[in-house]
Design a protein. Structure first.
Length: 718
């Protein structure tokens, strides 16, 4: 096993990514180019198997012929230090087998299959079959700057050329994964592109239901399903699916290849239409397809009885170890995540519910400042009420005493509310909250962290605050403990080896860009005065925003005020002379209150926009209505009326900063527990593949635990 920092074949090893069908895969730095690659090494014990070695070597040669945006590229191959290796494109994301189908909307499942179908049809067109299409070989790349989420097909390790007369697997060993293998593969009859289509249909079935079509407890039963049984109804496993999708799947899963669709794309498009169209015409002969499937089953019985004995004997020897992990996931509960409706009327900014004027939630924007639709529902911690589990614990660590106790209590209250709603609805799965007070001291936080990771009953942590995260993140990561971080101040895990970190709000750089782009591209301001205070927050925010605003940031009214200052006559004079259409204030609430009042008194009627440092009841606790109409931006999600009353009833106080995010993050962990992910490692895998909507925003994470959908909120004082 290679270790981080080792050099192999000139590549610097970063970390192990996992294992493929024939060996380990590592993340490595290219020796000459600023590029990360995936380095696949063949297991040494497999060298003696000439077939497997040939298969490994051929993977590079096969994929090197393929040039398609939905296929993982191969860069190089070689033999060093007694090991065969292939250097491949590194895909920053997860494979489809590691996502929770309950968290995947059917429309997204269709998109994944559409993109995979494009890759397959391209490969088929140049004579290459994949022969092992399954969710584990479909990679879902994270969204990056300038590039949306992508779907890539990988692992052509058992592919062969269609025009080859001698099959690579001449020994008769079945290399495809049983759960997704076509009847042709299982009966050792000739295969063509329609075999890959069958496996793709099995993969869609899993993405929609969380189960492969013929999941069973033994290899013999799985094979019998593929050869002899009609496919089950996907709708029977996930009732909100449209009935039309069953007809599409039945055709793609036909026992006879000539009864399937002509191409993978034709199948994928039909599936997408069935899943997305509210009313679509019945597919031609959709009713007779079910009858045809029964007829095909009868025809397959003629060969099934003969072939099954041979296949079972083969499987009993060694194929059981190749059964896909997805078939073992059938014990994990599947289905859509339970939702709770959101009533946005009266939703306000956290920590402002006791103020003289509400900070009303106006809109949500993305990282580019574009308005995004507010969801009508969010994940509910209560679930379906059917969860069962051994008793376990979610920890929360924060400075419950000291200067930040108010913020910490909001965090803890959000965790408690989610767990309370879960345990009331699911008496068969008792989850407790264990709170730890750090007092605001990093060393105390580190000592507490060691205590937490040593408690095997603790499956996840929600917290801590930023200063404590810096001293505890490595401890949690080394122990494999998922920690979901709802903090609002800077933490930069990209320079660390944290692998269990999941952030609940946007980073400062994302927040600053979103605000600037909102002012320019959504609000369409063209002349903006940027005023900052002399705090580190104020300076950093203003610097980045000005850089993005460019010419729209008027240098004539780009000024700094002092914390504690209350006479802004000189600043107001500069702003009035500039006659801007907006003023952006980057600083804290005490100065913002006096500044807005004096701007109004000085005749400045430009729109006033403040950053999250000004988000406090102090901002409007001033004579007159000078703050009315002001806009405030924040990474923090709003408090809805229902959340406010539920939170107050349980915790005896209003919901402050971090409360909504802590609630959302705890809900995600609880949904993972309810779905059967009840170890730290399993829950970590669940979180890495999670995508779902909470009260504050949609949650999906990059490899370093940053949000790929970092919604920013815009509030207005009314």
């Amino acid at each position: 096993m290679l270790r981080a920092g080792e050099v192999f074949a000139g590549y610097v090893i970063k970390r192990r990514l996992g294992r493929g069908g024939m060996g380990a895969v590592y993340l490595a730095q290219h020796p000459r180019l600023p590029r990360l690659t995936a380095l696949k090494l063949l297991d040494p014990e497999l060298y003696a198997d000439n077939e497997i070695r040939a298969r490994f070597e051929r993977e590079a040669a096969l994929v090197a012929r393929l040039d398609h945006p939905n296929i993982v590229q191969v860069y190089d191959r070689g033999f060093d230090e007694g090991l065969l290796w292939i250097s491949m494109q590194y895909v920053n994301g997860v494979d489809a087998a590691d996502i929770d189908p309950r968290a995947v909307p059917p429309e997204r499942a269709a998109e994944i299959i559409i993109e995979t179908a494009k890759a397959l049809d391209y490969a088929h067109a140049i004579g290459v079959l994949h022969r092992d299409v399954k969710p584990a070989n479909i990679l879902l790349a994270r969204t990056t700057a300038g590039q949306g989420a992508r779907v890539l097909l990988t692992d052509f390790g058992i592919a062969r050329l269609r025009d080859e007369s001698r099959q690579l697997t001449e020994t008769g060993a079945l290399a495809a994964t049983l759960a997704y293998a076509s009847p042709e593969q299982l009966s050792f009859t000739p295969v063509d592109h329609r075999s890959d289509q069958y496996s793709l249909a099995c993969s869609l079935f899993w993405l929609l239901t969380g189960s492969s079509p013929f999941a069973a407890g033994s290899p013999a039963a799985i094979i019998a399903g593929h050869l002899q049984h009609a496919p089950p109804s996907a709708r029977s496993l996930r009732e909100e699916l449209p009935s039309e999708v069953d007809a599409v799947l039945t055709k793609a899963l036909a026992k006879q290849p000539d009864e399937r669709f002509a191409s993978c794309t034709e199948f994928a498009v039909a599936a997408q239409q069935a899943l997305t169209a509210p009313q679509i015409p019945t597919l031609p002969q959709a009713i007779s397809q079910e009858q045809d499937a029964r007829a095909a089953t009868k025809r397959s019985l003629r060969i099934g009885g003969l072939v099954l004995g041979v296949v079972i004997a083969l499987v009993a020897g060694f194929l059981w170890v190749k059964a896909d992990r997805a078939t073992t996931k059938t014990a994990v509960r599947t289905g859509p995540i339970a939702q709770q409706p959101i009533d946005w009327s009266g939703a306000v900014a956290p920590g402002t519910t006791t103020g003289p004027a509400p900070f009303q939630a106006m809109r949500q924007i993305d990282a580019e400042g574009r308005e995004v639709a507010r969801p009508s529902a969010a994940a509910s911690p209560a679930g379906d009420g059917k969860a069962t589990c051994e008793p376990m614990t979610i920890a929360s660590t924060a400075p419950l005493t000291g200067n930040n106790a108010g913020t910490a209590r909001g965090l803890l209250g959000g965790v408690k509310l989610a767990v309370d709603q879960f345990t009331r609805a699911n008496p068969g799965c008792r989850v407790a909250v264990r709170e730890f007070d750090t007092g605001g001291f990093p060393q105390t936080a580190a000592d507490v962290a060691r205590q937490i990771v040593d408690d095997s009953s603790i499956i996840a942590l929600v917290g801590p605050l930023s200063s404590e995260a810096r001293s505890t993140g490595g401890i949690f990561s080394d122990a494999g403990l998922p920690f979901l971080f709802p903090g609002v101040t800077p933490v930069d895990p990209t320079s660390t080896a944290w692998r269990t970190f999941f952030r609940g709000v946007a980073t400062d750089d994302v927040y600053r860009r979103a605000v600037a782009k909102y002012l320019l591209d959504t609000a369409h301001f063209r002349k903006i005065c940027v005023v900052r205070d002399d705090s580190g927050f104020g300076k950093g925010m203003a610097h980045d925003v000005v850089a993005i605003l460019g010419a729209a940031a008027d240098p004539g009214c780009r000024v700094e005020v002092k914390q504690g200052e209350r006479d802004f006559a000189a600043v107001v004079g500069k702003v009035a002379a500039a006659a801007p259409d907006a003023v952006l204030y980057s600083g804290y609430s005490a100065e913002a209150a006096a500044f807005t009042r004096q701007l109004k008194q000085g005749g400045v009627n430009a729109a006033f926009v403040a950053t999250e440092g000004a988000l406090s009841v102090d901002f409007v606790a001033q004579p007159g209505n000078s703050a009315q109409g002001a806009v405030l931006t924040c990474t923090c999600g709003p408090v809805t009326g229902k959340f406010y009353f539920d939170f107050r009833a349980l915790n005896g106080q209003g919901a402050g900063w971090n409360a909504v995010e802590a609630y959302d993050l705890t809900t995600i962990a609880l949904n993972g527990i309810a779905a059967g992910h009840r170890t730290r490692a399993d829950l970590l895998t669940y979180l890495r593949g999670y995508e779902g909507t909470g009260l504050a925003r949609t949650y999906r994470w990059s490899d370093n635990g940053q949000l790929t959908t970092p919604g920013i909120w815009i509030y207005t004082i009314s």
